[in-house]
Ligand binder design. Sequence first.
Ligand code: AVI
Length: 324
Amino acid sequence: MSPRNFAFREIPSPDAGLLEVVIAGLNQEPKRLPCSLLYDEAGSRLFDAICDTDEYYITRTEVALLERHGPQIAEWIGPASVVVELGAGNLQKARLLLQHFPSPVTYVPVDISKEHLRQSALEFAEALNHVKVQAICADFHQADAIRSVLPLEGRRVLFFPGSTIGNLEPDEALQFLRQSQQILGNKGMVLVGVDLKKDASILNAAYNDAAGITALFETNILVRLKRELGAALDPQSFVYKGFYNEPLGRVEMYLVSLREQTVRIGPRQFPFKTGERIHLENSYKYSVSEFQALAAKAGLLPLDTWVDADRLFSLHLLECQAPR
Ligand code: AVI
């Protein structure tokens, strides 16, 4: 039986189906697939495993910042808040944060990976029984639909940890921050985790862990295409390649075809040359001032910023500017 402080709902995505998205992506030059497709059930679990690798400093550094500054963040936000987390994953970070929030507090984790979300949200509700958990299975870009199901009372706070904002192109990030204010309304705040620019060797290691979990995570997208679309392809005929493109300030992630081959999906054929790539992800890195400038452009002003001693990662608490 579900605990009394738990509710779950699904907002169906109006977007094109998987087949259309994949065909559109593989028809592009260069070929690409959207990184949201990486997160099926297996992909979500592999991503959790990446977060536990020694090389991927992002999760543990952000967790340490939340552990250290959680009480101060709770004080800034105040009582009776509604905390909405987009792309919530395993909810570990919200748990660290919300333990410091006084009751009443509502937590709305939003994620596209349905069973992973349901399980994590249930565990969350059992562990923090002073928090009302209202989980929503949806694509986090569905701002209007998400807003329409939020409780009306309380200060709304958007929690966007993990540097997921780095997976958006800077102009998309700007758009996203602007749109987030539609969810937030008056006196809304944003708490966002942003990965910082740093030495290329640290970044290259973080996206090429020695155990090969990142490679498995990225290649899993091909396993998904085989299983869900009956694609005729051999996942072993592609290898993962990820590297820091310093001039562009982003880690780029690809699958590279090891041979000349044709991938078939239904009646469609996609020829690959040896070495031809499918672009899967960019992960943008910012300096603190670069990110603050982006947020200001979107109408969000910094209330406080926290950075770890090694200057690997930053947490920004931003406030919506009062409407002029
Ligand atoms: C989810 N996102 C912030 C991760 C990142 O660091 O860009 C995705 C990832 N892909 C491979 N490793 C991590």
